[in-house]
Design a protein around this ligand. Structure first.
Ligand SMILES: Nc1nc2c(ncn2[C@@H]2O[C@H](COP(=O)(O)OP(=O)(O)OP(=O)(O)O)[C@@H](O)[C@H]2O)c(=O)[nH]1
Ligand SMILES: [Mg+2]
Length: 401
């Protein structure tokens, strides 16, 4: 199962534009509020430096792509309908939205940092909208959804309250809340040991906030930074949300670059700090102007368009994923068919050799004996904690790979 990242936010903030840029799709974008009615699913990539250069080999990637030394690891991106106030009560496309958002491993909260949308999400004069209020509104909606699950299931939780963490996790299984999330949330919200039947509404709300934070890591994408009014708001967002990761982005700039790249007009690797025009004659005046604008006002000011950076930060910082390269043949760094460094897996920090084996194949895990660290030939026990960029050969009694 690839990692899933959901795009949430108010209407007209640029979620679909971000999605189209990151997946090179053609989902409908418009200036009308609530353009996206159904979630769009697509494949994007987390990008990291490939290990093949270090080993001085040419690789034959199979579950991923290697381009100019960069490994592109597939992830699933979900573009969601815009949220509105009252979504948790089923307003707008609320229910459907939250059900899909809940299945994501992490969320990117897309914000119109330029202040070009009003409170209702209509396009307006840049600088007049209030992105900070927008963020707070969306956060409130998410929390209300968690709160509804607690309050709406009071009887059910109460009946099973002698094992409270299990009881709460049980009614929230659909939004991906696990028992260990509940354990931490109870401590964080000072509710450890309190009888569930005596929870006030305030208690439940604190618990809901904490569960939302713990179970659904979220990054703020300050979008539309190509519009001048965004710079000031971007600073304000950073200051207000100090404990969250905030990435400035121009989804529109990234879309322009990726489309130009796919037509062979420019050379550009997603996330790069520069691009190179390949066919000057193939560009019309408008395109030339757009590319110059991106070079000067987006890359020049913010280094990158931020779309790829946001995905990488979500995968590697927020979800703390490590990249691990399993190989069957430790001396040739290959699978049994001779493909060099064929696969890379994303595993959360703390994962062991056994976790890796299980991801590859249940049989491999069953017969697991030990693993070999290909860099130094050392034997690693099944409970060895893998590090980022490990190249590992698994030795199993039921050898599959
Ligand atoms: N200047 C600028 N405009 C953008 C950017 N991203 C999106 N837009 C514009 O913002 C408007 C809304 O974009 P969409 O991608 O449809 O927004 P959405 O969040 O998917 O909207 P809903 O589907 O209605 O929720 C469109 O006119 C886009 O062209 C950006 O980075 N910069
Ligand atoms: Mg949309």
């Amino acid at each position: 199962m690839p990692i899933r990242i959901g795009l949430i936010g108010k209407t007209n903030t640029g979620k679909t534009t971000f999605f189209n840029a990151a997946t090179l799709s053609q989902a409908e974008v418009s200036t009308y509020p609530f353009t996206t009615k159904q979630p769009n699913f697509g494949t994007s990539h987390a990008i990291t430096l490939c290990v093949h250069k270090e080993f001085n080999v040419t690789d034959n990637p199979r579950n991923s792509i290697c381009r100019d030394g960069w490994r592109f690891i597939p992830i699933e991106l979900i573009d969601l309908p815009g949220l509105i106030k009252g979504a948790w009560q089923g307003k707008g496309l609320g229910n459907q939205f939250l059900a899909v958002a809940a299945q994501s491993d992490a969320l990117l909260h897309i914000v119109d940092a330029s202040g070009s949308i009003d409170a209702a999400g209509r396009i307006t004069e840049p600088g007049t909208g209030d992105p900070l209020a927008d963020i707070a509104d969306i956060e409130e909606e998410l929390v209300m959804w968690y709160l509804k699950l607690i309050e709406g299931n009071r009887d059910k939780i109460s009946r099973a309250k002698d094992r409270l963490t299990a009881a709460i996790a049980n009614v929230m299984a659909g939004v991906g809340v696990k028992e260990h999330h509940v354990q931490r949330a109870l401590i964080d919200s000072n509710l450890q040991g309190k009888d569930f039947d005596n929870y006030t509404m305030e208690d439940s709300k604190r618990l809901a906030w904490s569960l939302r934070d713990i179970s659904k890591p979220t990054l703020i994408v300050a979008n539309k930074i190509d519009i001048p009014t965004a710079a000031e708001n971007f600073k304000r967002i950073r200051e207000e949300y100090k404990d969250m990761l905030v990435v400035p982005a121009s989804a529109e700039a990234e879309l322009t670059l990726r489309r130009a790249e796919s037509k062979g007009l420019i050379r550009y690797i997603p996330g790069d700090e520069r691009f190179e025009v390949l066919k000057h004659d193939g560009l019309n005046e408008r395109q030339k102007w757009a590319l110059n604008f991106i070079r000067r006002d987006v890359l020049g000011e913010y280094m990158r368009t931020g779309v790829q950076h946001a995905i990488n930060v979500a995968v590697f910082k927020l979800l703390k994923m490590n990249t691990v390269y399993p190989v069957a043949d430790a001396s040739r760094l290959s699978d049994k068919d001779g493909n060099v460094l064929p696969d890379v897996y994303l595993l959360p920090a703390g994962s062991t050799v056994e976790d890796l084996a299980r991801q590859i194949h249940t049989d491999l895990a069953k017969g697991l004996l030990y693993a070999i660290d290909v860099r130094d030939g050392l034997r690693l026990p099944a409970d060895y904690e893998l590090k980022d960029r490990d190249v590992i050969s698994i030795v199993s009694a039921s050898k599959k790979k």
